[in-house]
Design a protein around this ligand. Sequence first.
Ligand code: SF4
Ligand code: SF4
Length: 166
Amino acid sequence: MDKAREISESNPEAVLRRESLVSRRELLERLSPLGKVELDASRCTGCGLCVSECSTGALRISTGLETDAYQILFRHAVCIACGACVEICPEHCIQVKRVFEPEKIDDSIVLLEDKVLRCVKCGGTLGPGLMVAKIRARVSVASKVQPPSSTLCPGCRALGLFNRAD
Ligand code: SF4
Ligand code: SF4
């Protein structure tokens, strides 16, 4: 046992103070009205379902107008740990725990970073790059054919087919 710990262990008041601190923290966590979301970014597609399900605005999507940056942001201060985001997630990659972290109250945490993919013809939004890639991979596995690799939106692709039929 190191010297500092030895002194503190021999001081019943210090032991009591430490134990009451631990239990107070545990109590705060159990009774915390707030939640903390953790997201496994390696499995998230950025589909945004969790964001649309979050009634408090604790989760939100931020997109950069000029950079095409796509982010999912989280705010501890308004998360009520309802679990709606966990239930709706098709990839099962989001978790929430009841916890109170006063030092994070003012923070907006970036849970996912991606880029918006755009139609090469009209510039319309195709969606987050991760989601588009995942849909293509799934279509390929399900239909055993290579999905169209072009970055055209459905409208421009249909117009292309229509013009070719002329
Ligand atoms: S956490 Fe789940 S629901 Fe939310 S964006 Fe990622 S995949 Fe979609
Ligand atoms: S637990 Fe509820 S309030 Fe918190 S981020 Fe998820 S949906 Fe929003």
